[in-house]
Design a protein around this ligand. Structure first.
Ligand SMILES: Nc1ncnc2c1ncn2[C@@H]1O[C@H](COP(=O)(O)OP(=O)(O)OP(=O)(O)O)[C@@H](O)[C@H]1O
Ligand SMILES: [Mg+2]
Length: 492
């Protein structure tokens, strides 16, 4: 069984070598990280990784990148052949490539994997990741959270016996923060939090916008115009390069060639820091909340571990140093720690890895007949997994025909700030009196996938598991159909 870090921008696989050390797999190009980029060729072959990434500029419309941002949504990616891929299918193609390279590297067939997900992923995003694994022909044994995996790797590599690690994971598309308590061969997550859509990919966008504003002002040239679609791809790669250079230098240049314009645009580190200050501030608030949820302060933390490519930005470490009064740790390679930790997780070297749920789950309820609807939480955020909890509700009228259960995800009582996972109708037999007790039970498994049960305390009692028709996910027949389609595709 291998461990896979299925990242927004890069993916990686790791395994446990015969000496019991986690190692990264080298892909067909000999690299340890594979860009999460998918391209369709004219003959229908699909190319994943560096080759696809390099073609982004010329073959923009045949290339899909940052698909992880769209997991758990019904976004479609239409490629030149006319095939409309779901985010699950695109992720499955990335997984196929990762597994194929790992099989060649290890000389063994791989059927099972541990695939990590951001701690802040919600039910729909986790379900979509699991479905992507199935479509790739993989049995996804477990989906540990990325910061948890990184903490396992740190604990293992530093031989930490006992201590608390605060993981600050800033990658390409997501931000996660988790506090993980290590005690011998046991790891327990105390609290977690995160921000969707915050990471290096958005920092590139800031630099790109800066360049776009500059070109518009100086030359009246709008790079977002359809006419410059290829140039825009190239410019966004240059923006990323510029950002990476600014991690080791105090200024960097973007060489811009668009239309008749030839320009060297200089960006200083100070300018870049100003651009990302607001984003950093939001991560700091999240860390503060995670500490608060854990009932801890910085003095309770033994290690501040930086994970994810974007944590290499010097400004991030500087600000964190000021904020925490601790020295942020770069001891593990930030790009690799998650995959290596996933391999440790897969190996079972840790006797127990206990995570917590990252979003509260509940149902829409009323405090009485005619009262306003609110979000009634059943499993609160940061409850240890697996979690089984229930709450009682009462029927509002005599002889109710059905109960409408709307499952919520989010902490707020105000329904404007939570999302509805699914709406379910439970049909009732005739004659159920008003004020009959209905117990709604929720079971959240290790992978944070939800099961719901209802017990209606009538004569005779009704108890059943409720099938959740997740509105943002594929159903069984769609999965089967899309899997068949993928089986015909050759991935290189
Ligand atoms: N030296 C560097 N300085 C600044 N940014 C960097 C550096 N190296 C890599 N990055 C950025 O890090 C990001 C990729 O990080 P990483 O591989 O950890 O993300 P990911 O795993 O793909 O994303 P996620 O974990 O959010 O799904 C990219 O945006 C990349 O530009
Ligand atoms: Mg990552």
């Amino acid at each position: 069984m291998i461990g896979i870090d299925l990242g927004t921008t890069f993916s990686a696989a790791a395994y446990l070598d015969p000496d019991g050390n986690p190692q990264l797999v080298s892909n067909s190009r000999g690299a340890r990280l594979t860009p999460s980029v998918v391209m369709e060729e004219d003959d229908g072959t699909v190319v994943v990784g560096e080759d696809a990434r390099e073609s982004m500029v010329l073959m923009g419309d045949a290339v899909v990148s940052t698909v992880k941002d769209y997991m758990g949504t019904d976004r479609k990616f239409v490629l030149p052949s006319g095939t409309a891929y779901t985010p699950e299918q695109v992720s499955a193609l990335i997984l196929k490539k990762i597994v194929k390279d790992a099989e060649e590297f290890l000389g063994e067939e791989i059927r099972q994997a541990v695939v990590t997900v951001p701690a802040y992923f919600n039910d729909a995003q986790r379900q979509a990741t699991k479905d992507a694994g199935r479509m790739a022909g993989l049995d996804v044994a477990c989906m540990p959270n990325e910061p948890t995996a990184a903490a396992l790797y740190y604990a293992w590599s530093s031989r930490m016996e006992k201590g608390r690690i605060l993981v600050y994971d800033l990658g390409g598309g997501t931000f996660d923060a988790s506090i993980v308590e290590i005690c011998g061969k046991q790891a327990e997550v105390v609290a977690t939090g995160g921000i969707r859509k915050l990471g290096g990919h958005f920092f590139d966008q800031l630099i790109l916008n800066y360049a776009a504003d500059y070109l518009l002002e100086k030359y009246g040239l709008d790079v977002y115009d359809d006419e410059y679609i290829d140039e825009l791809q190239e410019l966004s790669l240059k923006a990323e390069n510029c950002k990476i250079q600014l991690s080791s230098r105090t200024s960097a240049q973007m060489v811009i060639k668009i239309g008749k314009v030839r320009e060297k645009l200089e960006i200083t580190r100070a300018q870049f820091e100003k651009m990302i200050a607001g984003f950093y501030g939001r991560t700091e608030s999240t860390v503060r909340m995670v500490l608060q949820d854990a009932g801890m302060s910085w003095k309770d933390i033994d290690k501040l571990l930086l994970v994810g490519g974007s944590s290499k930005i010097p400004y991030i470490a500087e600000r964190l140093r000021e904020f925490s009064g601790m020295e942020p740790s770069h001891e593990t390679n930030p790009d690799e720690a998650v995959a290596l930790g996933a391999a440790l997780y897969a190996s079972g070297l840790f006797e127990k890895v206990q995570d917590v749920c990252s979003h509260s789950l509940g149902i829409v309820s009323r405090r009485g007949a005619g009262a306003e609807k609110y979000n009634s939480v059943i499993i609160p955020r940061n409850t240890a997994l697996p979690a089984r909890m229930s709450r009682d509700y009462y029927t509002g009228t005599n002889d109710m025909k059905k109960i409408c259960l709307e499952i919520t995800e989010g902490e707020d009582e105000d329904l404007d700030y939570v999302s509805i996972l699914a709406g379910i109708e439970i049909l009732l037999p005739p004659g159920i009196p008003r004020n009959t007790r209905v117990t709604v039970e929720m079971f959240l498994n290790q992978n944070q996938l939800l099961h719901v049960y209802a017990r209606i305390h009538a004569e005779p009692e009704i108890y059943k598991e409720i099938e959740i028709p997740r509105s943002s996910n594929l159903d069984e027949s769609e999965i089967a159909e899309q899997t068949t389609l993928l089986e015909r595709i050759v991935v290189q």
